[in-house]
Design a protein around this ligand. Structure first.
Ligand SMILES: *Cc1c(COP(=O)(O)O)cnc(C)c1O
Length: 495
């Protein structure tokens, strides 16, 4: 049975998985969602015997039904190979009674690698299947981690090029250095004078422009998206929740069928939505804890039923979660609206026009799988410090937000809890060392990395070693109103 994908904003005819991956966003501005969420067809008990790649196949085959077995296996093999520095791909480590699912062992040491190392394979396979001859231009806005992971994934992939926009003053020095030193003839990195939401809004506007699409097509290009709105990102993210459940079984930590909690440090709502899909596939998850930093728009939403982005944008020590418009929430809204595209459209238009929307009581009642939580900057620092003192384990700032929410809420349920550990502490060295009282003025981030190595006993990852000597290859900065102009210049279209 073919699983097709429909838009959250209209009842336009559904399309195949490969077409949805190529398009990224629906023509009506909506996001693609599967017509139904398929049920896992492996026995829960059998999960304990599967490797990461085997789990990936079992999950992805159910969603990407127009890919052949050979195609899918070759995508999975290509992605989860030697570029991960942990043999098990996603280690699950028990610290102080909770299970940290380390999603940061890929090329760019953040969880975005989990999906972005496979997306280029899925995208080029999808292009081949659909007879696409245009060059695929990946256009992406990043709050820091997506950009580098997408650049690393797409660099020198034939038939593609990639343009990444990031907030010039809104990412960590290491994140910026990672991006601007990216090699590959087909890679472009642009800083904008604005925040992540400005970057994301600018990118969405280009995706929606029929005029630009027409000109691009004439010149032999078409856009696609590597942002977490692409179904080709969402589906690979479901895999690790299923895999973690298998690990818990294998390690004898849970009995078969036992329900677990998950805590996910959340920004654009992609990672936690994948956990929600895993739950709907039949994975025994009780509660999904959505952990926010001080930009706690999602916490307030779960608390009140009103999504209100009209507030000050706060730059925190967990910049990949500094987001006021969580794009993937639209997929959840659609679902709790009873798959009502008209209602979803109305709410999303209200958000775009007035900066807020309110869901109905009926919709709110369907949110009970979720629980919101947040950590202040001080609580985040304390979480890092406390964990180091208790277990000698050093967490990054994003993981620390989730860890705080674990102690604050999930731990009290007595259920086994998996915490999505989304970045290596080496990616946010200064903030991490600051929390540990080891930060000093005048010491560079890379020197701090050396100190972190001594303190944590965990070797410096290759991703950090690389940038010590790497040359800056990208230095374009533009105004947030000039994003389209910049894209036109890069592609050689009339300005
Ligand atoms: C992107 C990111 C997040 C947020 O994930 P979403 O899927 O956007 O909710 C959290 N932590 C890190 C380190 C990230 O890179």
């Amino acid at each position: 049975m073919e699983l097709r994908y429909k838009s959250t904003r209209s009842d336009a005819a559904p399309i195949s998985a490969s077409q949805a991956i190529l398009k990224g966003l629906a023509d009506d501005g909506g996001l693609f969602v599967p017509e139904t969420i398929p049920a896992l067809d492996v026995e829960l008990g059998a999960l304990s015997k599967l490797t990461y790649k085997e789990t990936a196949y079992e999950v992805m085959k159910l969603f990407l039904t127009d890919f052949t077995r050979e195609e899918l296996m070759s995508c999975i093999d290509g992605a989860y190979d030697g570029t991960f520095d942990a043999e098990e791909i996603v280690p699950l480590v028990k610290k102080d009674g909770a299970y940290y699912m380390e999603l940061f062992h890929g090329r760019t040491i953040a969880f975005k690698d989990m999906a972005l190392s496979i997306l280029p394979y899925l995208m080029t396979t999808a292009a081949r299947k659909n007879g696409v001859t245009n060059e695929i231009v990946i256009l992406t806005a990043t709050s820091g981690d997506t950009g580098k992971a997408a650049l690393a994934g797409f660099a020198d992939v034939p038939g593609t090029s990639i343009i990444v926009f990031y907030p010039k003053n809104g990412v960590s020095p290491i994140q910026e250095k990672q991006m601007v030193t990216q090699k590959g003839k087909n890679t472009h990195v642009v800083g904008i004078k604005g925040n992540f939401d400005d970057a994301q809004t600018g990118v969405k506007a280009m995706f929606h422009s029929q005029a630009l699409a027409g000109e691009m097509n004439q010149a032999g290009y078409q856009f696609s998206s590597a942002n977490s709105i692409n179904i080709g990102r969402l589906v690979p993210q479901i895999v690790y929740y299923v895999y973690a459940y298998g690990c818990l079984l294998r390690q004898g930590e849970i009995s078969c069928g036992e329900k677990i909690n998950v805590v996910v440090p959340t920004g654009n709502f992609g990672n936690i939505l994948a956990a929600f899909y895993a739950k709907n596939m039949g994975l025994p998850i009780e509660t999904l804890y959505c952990a926010s930093n001080e930009n706690k728009v999602l916490f307030d939403f779960f608390q009140t039923g009103t999504y209100d982005r009209k507030r000050e944008f706060i730059l925190t020590s967990s910049p990949s979660m500094d987001i006021l418009i969580s794009s993937n929430l639209e997929r959840l809204i659609y679902r709790i609206a009873g798959e009502d595209a008209g209602k979803t459209r109305e709410l999303m238009e209200a958000l775009a026009a007035g900066g807020e929307y309110r869901i109905t009581d009926e919709m709110r009642a369907r949110l009970n799988d979720f629980c919101g939580g947040f950590a202040t900057e001080e609580e985040t620092r304390a979480a890092i410090r406390n964990m180091y003192e208790r277990a000698g384990y050093v967490m990054d700032t994003h993981t620390a937000v989730a860890s705080h929410v674990y102690y604050d809420q999930a731990q009290k349920t007595g259920r086994k809890t998996v915490i999505a550990s989304t970045a290596s502490p080496y990616k946010f060295t200064r903030s991490v060392m600051n929390a540990l009282g080891e930060d000093e003025d005048g010491v560079s981030d890379l020197e701090l990395a050396d100190r972190l190595e001594k303190l944590s006993g965990v070797g410096i990852p290759n991703a950090i070693e690389e940038i010590r000597t790497a040359e800056v290859l990208h230095d374009t900065v533009c105004d947030r109103t000039e994003m389209e102009k910049t894209v036109r210049e890069i592609l050689g279209l009339p300005v």
